[in-house]
Design a protein around this ligand. Structure first.
Ligand SMILES: [Mg+2]
Length: 145
């Protein structure tokens, strides 16, 4: 079986590949070789969509995501609520609930036909405009939008 770099090199020779795609593939390969995480947000959305109920209409999918988002945020609150009853907050449990919240957000975006990556970029662009030098209480209080 050929290694990934050989595959990337071969693809570059047989098809007109977007140089950016090659750059990203080689970057991902280097990250993999260093044992770093490589999942991109678009990959996450695709993988999450694999477990969406295919029998739902788009409207039902949107409602499922919204109800599920509220439920999962509630579960996250529940973990911290129990800390006031003597329970330990297990970071892995918190991470699992955050993952469930992410799944619901991904389902919502998928149902709307939106790329989660675009939504993330819009959010960062908004925050860059609002806080060009990082968070500022002054800019928060007197923000335009
Ligand atoms: Mg959950």
């Amino acid at each position: 079986m050929p290694d990934i770099q050989s595959c990337i090199d071969h693809i570059k020779t047989v098809v007109d590949v977007d140089p950016w795609a090659v750059e990203m593939a080689e970057k991902a390969l280097k990250e993999m070789e260093r044992g770093e995480k490589t999942m991109r947000i678009d990959e996450y959305q695709t993988l999450a969509a694999r477990t969406i109920n295919e029998n739902l209409t788009d409207v039902e999918m949107i409602l499922h995501a919204l109800h599920g988002l509220s439920a999962e945020v509630g579960e996250l609150h529940g973990i911290y609520q129990k800390s006031y009853q003597g329970h330990e907050v297990n970071p892995d449990d918190v991470k699992k609930e955050v993952g469930d919240i992410m799944w619901m957000v991904a389902e919502f975006c998928t149902a709307k036909g939106w790329e989660l990556e675009d939504i993330c970029q819009m959010n960062i662009d908004k925050l860059r405009k609002r806080y060009p030098a990082g968070f500022s209480a002054e800019r928060s209080i007197h923000r335009e939008e």
